[in-house]
Write a protein that binds this ligand. Structure first.
Ligand code: AMP
Ligand code: ZN
Length: 495
């Protein structure tokens, strides 16, 4: 079975066979969060999509170095070159040190990633940790005549760059149109051209995030960090760069211009972009007020939610669509996902509990062929630009075979040990390791203990002392001792 992995490259706008620059190593960079507010479910979708890509590349045997940054300076409130730093503004409003804001929302981000079983990257660099390297890249761009300084700020000269390169190659923007469509310079603007973008900004009075540089005390532009950190950890040309669709322009377009301008090389072989999570067709976003936070989802406390949904239900829901399609949130879809997820996890429990025994069946070539076909379809789906939705459908087909084994409608002997192991291992590997679905055990331990205490009390009332002893000793094995009080039965941790 040799099915090549194909990925949709946003740069060439084609599905291409995935051929790493230096196999088996794969360098992958994904733009991480700007840590000034809680992570919402839309952000989760993007990071979850890349999590599955990361997991699958590893499943295929690639040695992936996954870098996902933390933006902790330079991202301004207008998403361009004016306005206040998002983190600085929050720090000002709450009267905190900006790094307190960064720490708080980085912690929140990590907790949310863990909640949805999204693996941590191999390297998680911060923009503030790479100011020196950013200054170096600005110098390199100035030396090449691609950047200029005005009043202590430095800007990238887009039209100069475009003389020998193609600004707009990723997003399909045409420079002439961008120039004629942009607002006219109002005299206060320092840029030679409105499409130029900041590499370094001089800090105005009151701007609390500031560093020394050859040009001024100031701070780096938003796009620069990703060019610098990807090159530092993955090299000047690396395999995969990802992010949400909304980052294509200007963020990724500017990244390409900076990197290509500084090194003369195209920085990324495959650009991958995830599509948006929407609510009633509108992008989920904090500023639109239609976003919910992971904890609201888990408690069900939001006007758009009919009920609570578990993190793995949400993960399953997101996996059921292709990462490049929009995904609309709906209670109906989530309720269906809850059922699908439980079905798959029950299958996993069965798969793990089954033990191969010689039960007298002879090899059944027809069933073995069906299983091979389903497994091939799983790889075919995943190799078709990571189509997790189709993988899930195929896993349900494997599940039917697993259920037949459990109900003994299919004998172990019909599969043989090898066929059996292939079935179980492929199913478990894809559910747990590639799709990253994990079992959610009931968390209400107190409730379950209450049930046991009730059974214990009933056994005592019936003078069924065998049962009484059994319950006692089973709980003791787990470090819990029962206490017969006068008026009730209580429990304690065994000392
Ligand atoms: P931010 O912290 O706003 O820079 O966003 C972090 C990541 O989440 C970026 O890659 C965005 O493209 C992505 N993102 C933001 N909103 C959504 C959404 N509604 N659906 C999917 N991804 C999103
Ligand atoms: Zn970025």
């Amino acid at each position: 079975m040799q099915i090549p992995l194909k990925v949709y490259n946003s740069l060439t706008k084609q599905k291409e066979e995935f051929q790493p620059i230096n196999p088996p190593f794969v360098g992958m960079y994904v733009c991480g969060p700007t840590v000034y507010s809680d992570v919402h479910l839309g952000n989760v979708r993007t990071f979850l999509s890349f999590d599955v890509i990361y997991r699958y590349l590893q499943h295929l045997g690639y040695k992936v170095r996954y870098v996902r940054n933390i933006t902790d300076v330079g991202h301004l409130t207008d998403d361009a070159d004016e306005g206040e730093d998002k983190i600085g503004k929050k720090a000002r409003l709450e009267n905190l040190e900006p790094m307190q804001i960064v720490q708080r929302y980085s912690n929140d981000f990590h907790n949310v990633m863990e909640l949805f079983n999204i693996l941590p990257p191999d390297i998680e660099p911060t923009a503030t940790g790479h100011i020196v390297e950013q200054i170096e890249m600005i110098k390199a761009l100035m030396n090449k005549g691609l950047a200029y300084e005005v009043n202590g700020s430095v800007y990238f000269d887009v039209s100069k760059y475009n003389e020998n390169n193609h600004y707009g190659e990723l997003s399909g923007r045409v420079l002439e149109e961008l120039m004629s469509g942009s607002r006219t310079l109002d005299g206060q603007d320092e840029k030679r051209n409105p499409v130029d973008f900041a590499l370094w900004k001089k800090a105005v009075k009151g701007h609390i995030m500031r560093w020394h540089s050859p040009w001024s005390v100031g701070f780096p532009g938003w796009h620069l960090e990703c060019s610098v950190m990807s090159a530092k950890y993955l090299g000047e040309t690396f395999d995969i760069h990802g992010g949400g669709m909304d980052l294509k322009f200007p963020h990724h377009e500017c990244e390409i211009a900076q990197s290509q301008g500084a090194t003369g090389k195209s920085p990324v072989k495959y650009w991958l972009h995830t599509n948006m999570l929407t609510v009633n067709g509108q992008k989920m976003s904090k500023s639109l007020g239609n976003s919910f936070l992971p904890h609201q989802l888990v408690t069900g406390e939001h006007e758009l939610l009919d009920q609570p949904y578990s993190p793995m239900t949400v993960r399953f829901f997101m996996l059921q669509s292709h990462y490049s399609s929009t995904l609309d949130f709906s209670n109906e879809a989530l309720k269906a996902a809850a059922k699908g997820y439980k079905k798959l996890i029950n299958g996993l429990r069965i798969a793990k509990s089954l033990e191969y025994t010689e039960d007298g069946g002879g090899l059944n070539e027809k069933v073995l062929k069906q299983i091979d076909q389903i497994i091939e379809n799983i790889y075919r789906s995943m190799n078709d630009d990571f189509n997790s939705a189709r993988v899930i459908a195929q896993l349900f087909n494997l599940l039917k075979k697993i259920n037949s084994l459990q109900t003994k409608n299919l004998k172990f002997g019909e599969l043989g040990k090898e066929g059996f192991e292939k079935l179980i291992n492929t199913f478990a590997d894809f559910v747990e390791n590639v799709l990253g679905l994990r079992e959610e055990k009931p968390e209400d331990v107190d409730g379950i203990l209450d049930i046991l205490l009730k059974l214990y009390a009933e056994a005592k009332a019936e003078k069924n002392y065998d049962k009484v002893d059994e319950i006692r000793s089973l709980l003791k094995e787990r470090g819990i001792v029962l206490k017969d009080m006068k008026d009730k039965i209580d429990w304690a941790y065994e000392e």
